[in-house]
Design a protein around this ligand. Structure first.
Ligand SMILES: Nc1ncnc2c1ncn2[C@@H]1O[C@H](COP(=O)(O)OP(=O)(O)OP(=O)(O)O)[C@@H](O)[C@H]1O
Length: 236
């Protein structure tokens, strides 16, 4: 397999305080990397850099050898990014919002309808975003990131606010998305979600990459128990 995403010694300092120490990682086609770690560990800081919305102090990010700093336009066309909350566009309807994002990426004619269907938002398709529940907003935000089927999906706490039914739908969907060759990187505090879909779990703490665990997907329950134990030890 060829390397799809490459992060080389990326770091970030805010007002003299290091939020992210030099961090390197790679992800292959169809691979899923999950970032775990406590509040303030640096997960969102790293995802913001990968999404091109924050400039690293040092280091480089590449997708299929396309360097974010040297060829931003091309790089951005290869990713889909789901932020951890809605910043604006609250006065658009569900359909308008997805059409807006899809139009940039020249998606197929029926793709908006398909995404609305898969994400269970048909009943709300003409509803304003500000009137959606938290979980519905999360599904819509995910839909906007995924609508053009990018090479790399970058998701910030995607299961936050989802009910158990939709967490399971999300897990199944991510497995299919991986099978199609998309590389996925996301942050979560849900160890069971990480255990189900991650190929590698990266533990972060105080801006540092503490540990990388390979998930063999052989015994998810046992893996989760081991994971929680390791995670607790890291927290001590
Ligand atoms: N814009 C900013 N200005 C100053 N400090 C920031 C900024 N953004 C993040 N930080 C700091 O960087 C550190 C890492 O924050 P980050 O949001 O990356 O953590 P996180 O792992 O995503 O946490 P959480 O699980 O709470 O979402 C924190 O100490 C945070 O206060």
């Amino acid at each position: 397999m060829t390397v799809r995403l490459e992060v080389r010694n990326v770091s970030k300092i805010f007002k003299g305080k290091t939020a992210l120490y030099p961090l390197s990682l790679t992800a292959e086609e169809g691979e899923c990397l999950v970032l775990c770690g406590g509040n303030g560990a640096g997960k969102s800081t790293l995802l913001h850099i990968l999404a091109g919305i924050s400039t690293p102090g040092e280091g480089a990010v590449l997708i299929n050898q396309v360097d974010l700093q040297n060829n931003r336009k091309k790089y951005v066309s290869l990713i889909g990014y789901m932020p951890d909350e809605f910043a604006a566009q609250e006065t658009m309807t569900v359909t308008e919002f997805l059409t807006f994002y899809g139009t940039f990426r020249k998606i197929a004619k029926d793709r908006v309808k398909e995404v609305i269907h898969i994400l269970g938002l048909e009943e709300k398709k003409n509803e304003l975003i500000k009137n959606l529940s938290k979980g519905m907003r999360q599904r819509l935000l995910f839909g906007q990131a995924w609508i053009a089927e990018p090479l790399v999906l970058i998701l910030d706490e995607p299961t936050n606010g989802l009910d158990p039914y939709w967490i399971n739908v999300f897990i199944d969907l991510l497995k299919k998305i991986k099978m199609s060759g998309t590389t996925v990187i996301f942050s979560t505090h849900m160890m069971d979600v990480a255990a189900e879909v991650a190929d590698k779990i990266i533990f972060m703490e105080n801006g540092k990459q503490m540990d990388t665990i390979i998930n063999e997907h052989s015994n998810t329950k046992q893996f989760m128990v081991d994971l929680l134990n390791r995670y607790r030890k890291k927290q001590e």
